[in-house]
Each structure stands twice: as structure tokens, then as C-alpha cells.
Design a protein around this ligand. Structure first.
Ligand code: KG4
Ligand code: ZN
Length: 333
């Protein structure tokens, strides 16, 4: 029997989850809207808001899961990678909670957890599988051999896929985070209306900086001729941007699947909430005979449910850390 309380505070979402014998029974996510005023996450503000949110989020998670503090057997927390000030809040809270209740601490790598979110609900992938992890900070193709035996076989050399969405959204004067808004507008637009530069990277790595510059120059050129270009073509621009990013991601995923002879394919991270990517992946799966795994929306973007399920796997192995553990902004994979 195990009840694990999990804390996620790596960026701008304060999240607390409970895993009861391998089942997620609470997943509270307190979003921080304050960053919308600045067009991106302000680290100093994020850590302050985590401080305000964390105790109410823990209380709500206990209520939702119908357990008390005394029922908790271990505390799992995100050690990294992430914003140091944000991580510090979660790590410090987890340590205090574990010390007060005299229970073990479990440290979780945020990027492992995005992938292990696939073990929350059925159907669960079989090992080995390939996972495309696409978030605001990372773009990785990972060969997953076991729960904690993973190898990065491709990654971005510059911007992450989420950044490509968010930065192009900023060019279009859409508020932060722009990814979900591009997705929304794209649903009413023509994905073939405009074409942007495609990165030419030979291996399984990605590059999005040239793509972003190509969108910037395209918009500037068009606005010279028609100052209302963005307003008049927003849906088509969003659909075309989204289509290009999705094609870049899917092409590399196809290459990885072929190279490794694997047809169990998963996606994870905030950008896996994107409808174009979800549909494109399903279509590719139908064409190539892949079995695909797409997480439920609440487990795509940052959430403590994924930390709780990773923590559960570590709890089964009694893989604990001591009170001297510190957060790591750049944590090894
Ligand atoms: O995994 P996540 O919540 O945080 C990080 O660890 O970075 O990912 C956040 C990223 C943001 O860049 C956001 O714009 C993007 O995921 N995102 C989306 C969608 N939902 C979230 N991008 C495109 N379409 C979406 N529907
Ligand atoms: Zn994340």
C-alpha cells in the first residue's frame, strides 16, 4: 500500500497530486496568469506565486483524494530541470513535509516525468518505445528502454517547439503562452496558405531558430504592403505555422522510428496538447502501422500527476533521497 504526495513547481504552474497505489486520485494545478502581462514567464514572480499557491494546492489535493496528511507514505518532488527559484519552493516544501511526517523523499526528473505520464492511464506503452517530448523548454526524441532507462536520440539545437509556437504567437500579438491560441485559430485556417523555411538538419536533431526568423521576415514583408495583414489572415497564418512545426516534428519522428525499428510511439509535454500534432500523429500511425500513445490533456502540460506516477515507480524500488538534496536548474537526463 502506498499513498504518495507529489509537488511540481519547475516553471509557472504550481501543481500537487496524490497517487494512491498507482492511481492518480488528485491532480490540482494552480496556473499563474500574472505572466501574461509580460509576454513570458518572469522567474522572480513565478517563485513568489508558488509560495502563495503551494499550501492551498496541497490542502485541495488532500481533499480531492479523500486522504489526510497522516495517510501519506512518501513525498515526490520535481528536482529539475527548471527555474531555480521555482524549484526551490517545491523542494523546500517537500523536505519540510517529509521531515514533519518522518516519511521518505523521492526526487523526480521533470523530463522523465513527462514521459512517465503515459503510465497513468490505459493503454500504456510497452518497452522499448520512442517518445517525442515537446514542451516550452525542451524538444527531445527519447528511446525509452525502461521506466528510468532512457536515452535522448535527438534534440533541439536551439529553440524548443513550444518556444517556436510562443515566439511566433508573440509576433502575431497573441498573449503568452501563445501555443494554445495558435492551435485555436489554426482550426479555422488553411494550413497550406503560407510556406516557411524548413530546417535542414541531417540527423535526429531539430532547429527552430531559422523557422522563427522566416516567419518574422514574412510578416514584416507582408505588413509593408498591407498593414492589416495579420488581422485579415490570422487563422491562415496560425494554421500554416502550426502545420510547418508539426511536419518538422513528425518527419524526425518517422526517421527515428525507422532507424530504431520501433513502432510503439508516444508524445509528451505541453505541445502534445496541440490538435494538429495529435491528428498528424494519428494519421501517420494509420499510414505506417504505429501504435501511438497520446496523454490526456491534463497530463500534457506541467502537472504533478506525472511526478506522482514517476514517484510511485521509485517508491516501489525504495529509491529515496536525503534531506541534503538540492534543486537542479540543469538536471542531467
Ligand atoms: O510542458 P509545459 O507545460 O511546460 C514546460 O515544461 O515547458 O509546456 C508548455 C508549452 C508552451 O510553450 C505552450 O505554448 C505549449 O506548451 N502548448 C501548446 C499547446 N498547449 C500548450 N502548444 C501548441 N498547441 C497547444 N495546444
Ligand atoms: Zn514540462
Amino acid at each position: 500500500m502506498s499513498v504518495i504526495l507529489a509537488i511540481e513547481s519547475s516553471c509557472d504552474d504550481t501543481s500537487v497530486a496524490i497517487c494512491n497505489n498507482g492511481k492518480i486520485t488528485a491532480n490540482v494545478i494552480a496556473n499563474q496568469t500574472i505572466h501574461q502581462n509580460y509576454g513570458g514567464v518572469i522567474p522572480e514572480l513565478a517563485s513568489r506565486v508558488h509560495q502563495q499557491n503551494i499550501v492551498p494546492a496541497v490542502q485541495q489535493a488532500l481533499i480531492n483524494a479523500k486522504v489526510t496528511k497522516q495517510d501519506i507514505n512518501a513525498v515526490a518532488f520535481t528536482r529539475g530541470p527548471g527555474l531555480l527559484g521555482s524549484l526551490l519552493v517545491g523542494v523546500s516544501f517537500a523536505k519540510s513535509f517529509a521531515l514533519a511526517l518522518n516519511i521518505p523523499l523521492i526526487s523526480v526528473n521533470h523530463m522523465h516525468a513527462h514521459i512517465l505520464a503515459h503510465f497513468i492511464d490505459d493503454p500504456k506503452p510497452g518497452f522499448p518505445f520512442i517518445c517525442l517530448t515537446v514542451s516550452g523548454g525542451h524538444t527531445q526524441i527519447v528511446l525509452v528502454k525502461d521506466y528510468f532507462d532512457m536515452e535522448i536520440i535527438g534534440e533541439t539545437l536551439d529553440d524548443a517547439a513550444g518556444e517556436a509556437f510562443d515566439k511566433t504567437a508573440k509576433l502575431l500579438a497573441l498573449p503568452y503562452p501563445g501555443g494554445p491560441l495558435i492551435d485555436k485559430h489554426a482550426q479555422h485556417g488553411n494550413p497550406f496558405a503560407f510556406k516557411f523555411a524548413e530546417p535542414q538538419i541531417a540527423d535526429l536533431n531539430f532547429s527552430f531558430s531559422g523557422f522563427k526568423t522566416s516567419v518574422l521576415y514574412f510578416i514584416r514583408r507582408q505588413e509593408k504592403e498591407n498593414p492589416n495583414f495579420i488581422a485579415e489572415n490570422l487563422d491562415d497564418i496560425c494554421a500554416s505555422v502550426q502545420h510547418s512545426i508539426v511536419q518538422i516534428l513528425l518527419n524526425k519522428l518517422k526517421k527515428a522510428a525507422k532507424q530504431y525499428g520501433i513502432n510503439e510511439i508516444a508524445i509528451a509535454g505541453g505541445v502534445s496538447a496541440n490538435s494538429g500534432l495529435r491528428n498528424g500523429l494519428q494519421q501517420t500511425a494509420d499510414e505506417l502501422g504505429w501504435k501511438v500513445y497520446i496523454p490526456a490533456f491534463q497530463y500534457c502540460t506541467d502537472n504533478a500527476g506525472m511526478i506522482a506516477i514517476a514517484g510511485y515507480q521509485k517508491y516501489l524500488k525504495q529509491d529515496f533521497v536525503g534531506q541534503d538534496v538540492s534543486p537542479m536548474a540543469r538536471m542531467e537526463f
